[in-house]
Design a protein around this ligand. Structure first.
Ligand code: ADP
Length: 501
């Protein structure tokens, strides 16, 4: 057993040994003709569990459960009671934080600190944030200008905000616990029901959290959790005629498939997709702070994160000093198991992903970039790649243009101080998710922010995430926003009510 050398708490061990099935109608049921899928520890490459992946028939069952629940006891709950259930789930996550973190590290490979911050601090905080919104979903009263139908009459017009219905949520493997909270929070706060399709590589934390949701007391059918292959279970959900909305986080390529699949019944679709975010360092920046920020921006979760700042633009005046400090800093990052408290770079999710990332590094070399740090696979087992810096890159290189989703940072030098020209370089990508600007000049900062085409741009920090701050992408990074007040809108529909008085 892969986890044998690691000291796991009793709850985690018990959970690992139990069967991992499908949660439909608050019951863990066996698949009807689905797939048996292995679950690996990416730090060792060894199998730690197996689980059942949903078939088309399972997806039908799960959607039917969610549809029935939409008009069942769930719809009679007050908004305050919906909020209390979300809050209860968050409390249960707090109580089970140790197991959640261990499952995240074991199944995804992320460092323990990333599991703690993401899945046991941020995720329950976000559920509580959404719990607060449940009682604050308001329509409008509309003063109309055209005369009412009866010339002597008066009218009243108001809007109702109603749950959009059955949500099909599809999440990736890069941060399973927080991704689940991201989908549950707004769907449940608004009164929707959902079928959550988790990533087939990392179902364990999600199944554990699903148990907590049952324990919290959500009525049967409100939260259904299935795993399964994307092209089977995911596609069946995206195509399903009785699903009203798809909320998807994953790659841009699959996002485009989701859009096509959704056309059948014109589902509403929100997409949080890939990125290739710029980090722009101006000559007046505080170099030490910018180096300290650029490193986690690129290498958090081994670069397996959509907001990663993977295109670093350095002004020529500070380029060499920055590169020296960056190389020293990246060279010191420890690569290792997420259970090693000193490791910052965990394994990649799979051997396939490791080969993909190594392919990008080879291409960068072949195209003339200088690999000044890292550049190799590492470790006796597991899917590790050294944190890698490719310097002296140019705009056409593959490593600059494509999302690597691994620990690879590309660096470009720029000479100009013309902000339009700098922004044109920063925007020279199909993506528009995030970005950051490093300068001590407040005017330069805000001018550059206005010119960068991305859903969130930070000044002297990168990708600061908060439940209240809208997050999402422009261009091919997605449709819609998550978090904040805006994050609820994709889960609501508006009904206008006109009354002759
Ligand atoms: P990543 O490249 O980060 O794995 P993907 O976009 O491949 O991201 O996967 C994200 C999620 O989408 C996973 O749950 C996966 O199973 C699912 N998925 C993959 N292909 C499809 C598809 N054709 N239709 C629906 N879901 C899919």
């Amino acid at each position: 057993m892969a986890a044998a050398s690691i000291h796991l708490n009793a709850g985690t061990k018990r959970f690992l040994d139990e069967p991992h099935r499908l949660l439909i109608n608050n019951e863990w049921v066996a698949t009807d003709g689905g797939d048996t899928i292995a679950v690996n520890d990416p730090a060792t490459g060894l199998q730690i569990a197996e689980h059942e992946g949903a078939s088309e028939a399972d997806v039908d069952r799960a959607v039917a459960a969610a549809r029935a629940a939409l008009t069942g006891p769930w719809s009679k709950l007050s908004p305050a009671d919906r909020g209390k259930l979300l809050w209860k789930l968050a409390d249960l996550m707090d109580q089970n934080a140790a197991t959640i973190c261990e499952l995240e590290v074991l199944n995804n490979g992320m460092p323990m600190i990333a599991a703690q911050l993401g899945s046991t601090v941020f995720a329950p905080d976000y559920l509580r944030y959404c719990a607060g919104w449940a009682t604050k979903i308001l329509g409008d009263t509309i003063p109309t200008s055209r005369p009412p139908m009866d010339p002597d009459g008066e009218s009243l017009v108001y809007t109702l905000k109603e749950p959009i219905g059955v949500v099909g949520a599809i999440i990736p493997w890069n941060h399973p616990g927080s991704m689940m909270a991201l989908k549950l929070g707004p769907a449940l706060a608004t009164g929707c029901t959902l079928v959550l399709k988790v990533a087939e590589l990392t179902p364990l934390t999600n199944f554990f959290m699903a148990r907590l949701a049952v324990e919290a007391g959500f009525p049967p059918g409100v939260i259904n959790v299935i795993s399964g292959y994307g092209e089977r279970a995911g596609a069946a959900l995206a195509n399903h005629p009785d699903v009203d909305k798809i909320a998807f986080t994953g790659s841009t390529a699959v996002g485009k498939e989701i859009i096509k699949a959704s056309a059948g019944n014109l589902k509403r679709v929100s997409l949080e997709l890939g990125g290739k975010s710029p980090v722009v360092v101006m000559p007046d920046a505080n170099i030490d702070k910018a180096v300290a920020g650029a490193i986690p921006a690129a290498f958090f979760l081994s670069g397996q994160n959509c907001m990663a700042g993977t295109r670093l633009f350095l002004h020529a005046r500070i380029h060499d000093e920055f590169i020296d400090k960056l190389s020293a800093g990246v060279g010191m990052l420890k690569v290792g198991s997420g259970f090693d408290p000193e490791a910052f770079i965990g394994p990649l999710i799979s051997e396939r992903q490791r080969q993909r990332v190594l392919g990008y590094i080879d291409a960068a070399r072949a195209e003339g970039a200088d690999i000044i740090v890292g550049g190799q696979a590492t470790g006796e087992r597991g899917y590790f790649v050294q944190p890698t810096v490719a310097a002296n890159t140019t705009r056409d290189m593959q490593v600059v243009r494509e999302e690597v989703f691994g620990p690879v940072l590309s660096v470009r030098r720029f000479e100009t101080e013309d902000l339009d020209a700098i922004a044109a370089e920063a925007n020279d990508t199909i993506y528009g998710l995030s970005g950051s600007v490093w300068t001590q000049n407040i005017s330069t900062a805000h001018r550059l922010v206005k010119r960068i085409d991305a859903g969130q741009v930070s000044i002297n920090c990168h990708a600061a995430i908060d439940p209240a701050t809208p997050f999402g992408g422009n261009k091919q990074s997605g449709w819609g926003r998550e978090f904040g007040k805006e994050g609820l809108q994709p889960y609501l529909k508006t009904k206008a009510v006109s009354i002759m008085l």
